[in-house]
Unconditional design. Sequence first.
Length: 329
Amino acid sequence: MSAPHRGFLLIDKPRGVSSHGVVETVRRTFAPGRRRRGAGRFRCGHAGTLDPLATGLLIVLCGPETRLSRFLLGHDKRYDVTLRLGEATDTLDADGVSTGTGGVDFDADDVAAVLDDFRGDIEQVPPTISALKRGGRPMYEIVRRGQVVPELEGRPVRVHEIGVCGEARRREGICDVDLSVHCSSGTYVRSLARDIAAALGTVGHVLALRRTAVGPFEVADALAAARLHDIEALDSALRPSVEAFPEWPSLSLAAEEAEDLRRGVQPGPAWLERVPETARFVRMVDASGDLVAVGERASAGEGAPEVLRTAAVFPPSDGERGREPVSCD
C-alpha cells in the first residue's frame, strides 16, 4: 500500500493567517481525527515562516519530507513590499502599534537614491519583536511580558537586488513606496524598512508584504488557500521530494545501494567520485525516481580526504519503513 500524503506543497498564504495555521489546516485535511502529537500523528511542517501580515509562497512539508526543512530554509527569497514612510510601529509592520511619526517629503527617486547602501552584503539588526530566541525564549514573548529586552547584534545578510516599483504615494503625513526585494535567507524585510526610512531621515514600517518566490519555486504555481480543505486538491498539488532541489545533481543508485542507505549504511569512499566536484549536496535517487537520501560532501577529519555522507534518508514510497521523521511543527 502506498504511503499517503507525502511530499511538499506550494501554498499561497493569505493575510491574517499564521504559517502554523496553514500547516494545521493541511494536517487536519489530510489526517482528520489523528492526534497532533505522539505515536500515529501525521507529520507536517513548513520550510520558512511568513508573518501573519504577509501573503505569498509558503512551502509545506508532509510525511517524511519534513526532513527537507533545514535544506529548504537556506533558499533565497523574493518579495514585493509596500514601505510606509512617516510612521513607526513597535513590530515594524502594520500589525503593530504606532510609536512615532516623521517627515514624508520624499518621492520615488529619493527612495531609490538610498538603496545602494542596502545592496550586497550588509549587517542587519533583527526586529525586537521576532521569533529569534534568547535564553530559550522567543523575543516576542519577552517583549509582550514586559521583561528586559536583550540588545540584539547585527548579523550578515545579503540583498541581491532591491528597487523601487512605480511612484510614491503621499497623503496625510505618510508616504507609501513599493519595492521589490531579492535577498538571502535570514533577511528581515521589516528591518530593511526601518533602516531605509532611517537613511531618509524619517521612520517607517512594512505596510504590506508578499513573498513571490523561494529559491526556484514561485507563488504563481502555488495552491490557493481557499482549497486547503479539499483533500483531492491537496493530493494533486503534492510534489515528490526529489523535485525539492532541482539545482542539485542526482546520483542514481542500484537497488542494493538504495537499500543499504535506507538501513543506515553510509556511502563508501569511492562514492564521492560519482559526484561533481563543485556540489556540496546531491540527490540520491533509486531506479523508480524516488529520493532515497540527501548526500552531503563532508570532511572525514583533519588531513583526511572528503567523503560523502547522508544528511537525510527517506523511506520508500511503497511504505513507511525506517525511522520516524522529526516533526517540524
